[in-house]
Design a protein around this ligand. Structure first.
Ligand code: DGL
Length: 269
């Protein structure tokens, strides 16, 4: 099936999912939307995030995608059911793949979760983890500074160490053996997070797991791309395109072009 996979996020975070899709499924075309004009979503209300997610999906649906991937934990936590009712194609979020991977990897049954304020407040990971394994113990921590830091393109900067240490300090010393990176922006900081948490804590990137699940869904629905031609991906962002493009090209190691989108609706509801 030659239609694209539509992927959305508040900004550059969903590119961590896209990178894995490109690696695992090189024949698949991706249409990506980063809502950089309204990023971060983390501090926004659930209603606001739901409205923004709906607007992006309505925009992406004009390209007739075969699947929608909500590559944003904050939006998945509050909007996935709404989007599933709205469209008739498969819709995948990032929370269940991440939760399943953590359950697979934990030995102690004690798992840490980091995410935006919105994701942590929603308790979506706790619910998903306990649905699979009721006795699991969860330590959750909101890290409101991290996604905006990544969005500024600073993940390679020296200051990353201090901001990650500060954000993760409540989890240091907790008996967790797995830490779910419950925000798609966090894999940009993977090395720093890993050095702060130490070698005994396994990091679970919902981005990797989501890409694996996309592949499974497409395979089971007989929807995998078959053309053999390398796809030309499309990228849209609602904010300033230059920084988005620099981050995207460095991360994906590919030249891309960006189409800016100007919302005809207010940025704050
Ligand atoms: N990348 C997003 C997530 O996974 C959102 C970060 C934000 O905009 O606050 O939650």
């Amino acid at each position: 099936m030659q239609q694209a996979i539509a992927v959305l996020d508040s900004g550059v975070g969903g590119l961590t999912v896209v990178k894995e899709v490109m690696r695992q499924l090189p024949q698949e075309k991706v249409i990506y939307f980063g809502d950089t004009a309204r990023s971060p979503y983390g501090p926004r209300s659930a209603g606001e995030v739901r409205t923004f997610t709906r607007q992006i999906v309505d925009y992406l649906i004009q390209f007739n995608p075969k699947m929608i991937v909500i590559a944003c934990n904050t939006a998945t936590a509050v909007a996935i059911e709404d989007i599933r009712e709205r469209v008739s194609i498969p819709v995948l979020g990032v929370i269940s793949p991440g939760a399943r991977a953590a359950i697979k990897n934990t030995r102690s049954g004690i798992i840490g979760v980091i995410g935006t304020e919105g994701t942590i407040r929603s308790k979506a990971y706790e619910q998903e983890l306990r649905l699979i394994s009721p006795n699991i113990q969860v330590f959750s921590e909101a890290c409101p500074l991290l996604a905006p830091f990544v969005e500024k393109g600073l993940f390679g900067a020296e200051s990353a160490q201090a901001i990650v240490e500060q954000s993760l300090s409540p989890l240091i010393g907790k008996p967790i053996d797995c830490l779910i990176l419950g925000c798609t922006h966090y894999p940009f900081l993977m090395e720093t997070i890993s050095s702060v948490m130490g070698p005994d804590v396994r990091l679970i990137s919902s981005a990797d797991e989501t890409a694996r699940e996309i592949s499974t869904i497409l395979y089971h629905h007989d929807m995998l791309a078959t053309s053999g031609l390398l796809p030309i991906h499309q990228f849209f962002c609602s904010g300033e395109p230059e920084l988005f493009m620099t981050i995207a090209q460095n991360w994906l190691k590919e030249q891309i072009s960006i189409t800016p989108v100007v919302w005809q609706v207010p940025n704050i509801l």
